[in-house]
Ligand binder design. Structure first.
Ligand SMILES: [Zn+2]
Length: 270
C-alpha cells in the first residue's frame, strides 16, 4: 500500500496563496500586479526549498534517525553513487572489519552494469536504496511523470537484481522540486538526506573528510546522525586512492570509541 502524501508546510501555504491570488484578481482586477508578485515570490521560495537538501518544507525528509534509534546510540553511514567495481568491494571489506552496517544509495544503471556486486552488498548485510536510475544533473528540473518513471525504473532494477524493494530515496545532489514528494508517496519511498556530508566527491583530503563527518574539531558525532560518503564519483587522495577508503576507517574507529553503532536506515524505522 502506498503511503498517503502529506504535503509539507510550504506546499499548504503555496496552495492557499495561489487560491487567494486568483480570488483577489477576480474581485479587484486592478490589483493584479500584487497577486502576480506574491505568486512569483512564492515560486522563488519553493525553488529555494528544493535547493536545500536538508529542508523539510516540501515534504517529509530524514536528516537524522528517529528518536528511538538515536537513543540507542545508533548512527547511519550512507554511501552514494555506486556500485563501483574498484571501490565498493574494498568499502565492503572495511565495513566487515569494523562489523558495521551501511546503506548504499545506488544508481540503477550501475546496478545493471554490476549485478553481482549489487547482490554482494545485500548478501554482506547492508541495505541497498534508490538513488535514481540515471543520476542526472537535471533531475530536479523535471515534472511528475518523468520523476515517477526515473525513480520507478530504479525501484524495478533493484528489485529485479537484488530481490529487495527499496524503502528510501535520495535525490541526486539532494536537489528536489515540489513534484517529488507525491511521487515518493505513491512508490512508498521515504526521502532521506543527511546530518553531515564532507563533499568527498571534490575533497581528496581524508583527514578533512573524516573530521568534517565527525563534527569538526570538537567531535560532536552523536546517536541519530546520518553521515554521507561516496563510493562512486569519489575524489582521489594525493596517492590516487578513493578518499572514502582512507576516511571510512577513521570514522568507524571514532564511532566505536564513542560507543555509537552504525546501522542501516531500514533498521532505524520505528
Ligand atoms: Zn549522488
Amino acid at each position: 500500500m502506498p503511503r498517503r502524501w502529506r504535503p509539507g508546510a510550504l506546499i499548504h501555504c503555496s496552495a492557499v496563496l495561489h487560491a487567494a491570488a486568483a480570488a483577489g484578481i477576480a474581485l479587484r482586477p486592478e490589483a493584479w500586479p500584487w497577486a502576480v508578485g506574491a505568486v512569483a515570490a512564492n515560486h522563488g521560495l519553493l525553488t529555494a526549498a528544493g535547493l536545500l537538501p536538508r529542508c523539510s518544507l516540501l515534504g517529509t525528509n530524514w536528516t537524522r534517525l528517529p528518536g528511538a534509534a538515536a537513543a540507542r546510540g545508533e548512527i547511519a553511514l550512507t554511501i552514494d553513487d555506486g556500485p563501483d567495481p574498484d571501490v565498493t568491494p574494498r568499502v565492503l571489506d572495511l565495513l566487515d572489519a569494523h562489523r558495521a552496517r551501511a546503506t548504499f544509495f545506488v544508481i540503477g544503471r550501475l546496478v545493471r552494469e554490476h549485478p553481482a556486486l549489487a547482490r554482494e552488498i545485500v548478501a554482506r548485510g547492508h541495505a541497498i536504496e534508490n538513488h535514481s536510475e540515471h543520476h542526472l544533473k537535471t533531475f530536479s528540473l523535471h515534472g511528475p511523470r518523468w520523476l515517477a518513471h526515473e525513480i520507478g525504473a530504479a525501484q524495478d532494477t533493484i528489485a529485479e537484481v537484488c530481490g529487495r524493494v527499496p524503502r528510501f530515496f535520495r535525490a541526486p545532489a539532494g536537489l528536489r522540486n515540489p513534484f517529488l514528494e507525491p511521487v515518493l508517496a505513491r512508490l512508498d519511498l521515504q526521502l532521506a538526506s543527511w546530518t553531515r556530508r564532507a563533499y568527498d566527491t571534490r575533497n581528496g583530503d581524508a583527514d578533512a573528510v573524516a573530521s568534517r563527518l565527525l563534527g569538526g574539531r570538537d567531535g560532536k558525532t552523536r546517536g541519530g546522525d546520518i553521515l554521507l560518503l561516496h563510493d562512486g564519483n569519489a575524489a582521489r587522495t594525493s596517492q590516487g586512492r578513493a578518499v572514502i577508503l582512507d576516511a571510512l576507517p577513521r570514522v568507524l574507529d571514532s564511532c566505536r570509541a564513542a560507543g555509537l553503532m552504525p546501522v542501516t536506515l531500514e533498521h532505524a524505522i520505528p
